[in-house]
Write a protein that binds this ligand. Structure first.
Ligand code: TXA
Ligand code: MG
Length: 327
């Protein structure tokens, strides 16, 4: 079957509307792609078992094809049919799914998932999202949905339907609008490939402290212990605004806009965005990409307040370091 080409003006429909979900199912079955809200960021979903559909997602995003996609599922059973979950994996899944945690495990063979979605690896990243819409679509397709964040490759992840439309209008078939994402940063990715030592490949929506209550001390992937670019942590400049980004700034200097955390910049004419007036890191994570996008529109230099490295601060700092990286 040939893949339908996307309409020049991508429609945006409410995610809870049964007719919109029917339409999404038709598009996905035909090999198209649909932006779907999740609790972390909007995902660009396609049928993970259909290589042409997966190719369409890479094409729409302009993504380097070595970067494998996360497979989204509706149940633990479906996850377990795709990867082998050991006791530790099962404990993590039972505690944090549905939720912002992705588990990388050994891929079962034969696998229904196309090699293109897994980027030819023997492992697979799987997550059960909180998103009702996404889980319903998986169930109705009876197949895992591969879904990277619904933005052009290298750009800031979308946390509203409007962000998706700005980035991918005319390149994708449909956008389901579920309002702003509650978590606002991507899922935490944990690799279970070494049963003796689970590793955080990417900090995200579940904090290290929370994970460690279930599985003991987690290692953090570094360039030194992993040379292949398998997680966005390996792509230095990944969350890139157009503006330059200066980190750990207590105050903005001339011509800088300010991304703060419960702190007001001095001076009346400084453009600033407060991630959380109370300094709450959960609220700050939810506002991060919206704040970065907004400041990026109004200024070409952004100074960022210091963010504590605790809880979701680890994920926020990871994204900010990448936004500040040389390009
Ligand atoms: O919250 C999220 O995780 C969002 C929502 C839509 O679910 N998705 C997301 O997908 O952030 P994406 O494609 O932007 O980032 C997923 C990352 C990829 O960059 C890839 O490096 C890593 O997951 N990944 C996927 N499969 C992997 C594997 N087998 N081993 C190691 N890393 C993997
Ligand atoms: Mg992404």
């Amino acid at each position: 079957m040939t893949r339908p080409s996307p309409p020049p003006d991508t429609p945006v429909l409410p995610a809870h509307d049964p007719d919109a979900l029917d339409q999404a199912v038709r598009i996905l079955k035909a090999g198209g792609c649909v932006a779907v809200p999740t609790e972390t960021v909007y995902g660009l979903a396609c049928d993970a078992t259909n290589p042409k559909a997966v190719a369409g997602v890479y094409e729409a995003k302009g993504r380097p094809s070595f970067n494998p996609l996360i497979c989204h599922v509706d149940t633990l059973e479906r996850a377990h049919s795709l990867i082998k979950l050991d006791d530790q994996g099962l404990a993590l899944a039972e505690r944090f799914w549905p939720g912002p945690l992705t588990l990388v495990g050994p891929k079962r063979t034969p696998s229904p998932v196309s090699d293109l979605a897994a980027a030819g690896l023997d492992s697979l990243a799987v997550r059960t999202p909180r998103s009702e819409a996404l889980r319903t679509l998986v169930q109705r397709l009876d197949a895992p949905l591969a879904a990277p964040s619904a933005n052009a490759s290298g750009a800031i992840s979308p946390t509203t339907a409007e962000h998706v439309k700005d980035s991918l209008n005319g390149r994708i078939h449909l956008i389901l609008d579920g309002g702003p994402c509650k978590v606002g940063v991507e899922s935490t990715i944990v690799s279970l490939l070494d049963p003796a030592q689970p590793v955080i490949l990417r900090p995200g929506g579940v904090s290290r402290e929370n994970l460690e209550t279930v599985c003991g001390v987690l290692a953090q992937q570094t360039r030194a212990n992993h040379s292949a670019p398998t997680a966005p942590g390996q792509l230095t400049s990944h969350y890139a605004p157009n503006a330059s980004v200066r980190l750990n700034a207590t105050q903005p200097v001339a011509n800088e806009a300010f991304l703060g955390l419960g702190t007001q910049p001095k001076g009346d004419d400084v453009v600033f965005f407060d991630l959380s007036p109370d300094g709450d890191l959960v609220e700050a994570a939810a506002n991060l990409f919206t704040g970065l996008r907004w400041l990026d529109r109004v200024s070409d230099r952004i100074a960022v307040a210091p963010i504590p490295e605790t809880g979701l601060g680890e994920a926020i700092n990871d994204r900010l370091r990448r936004a500040a990286a040389e390009r």
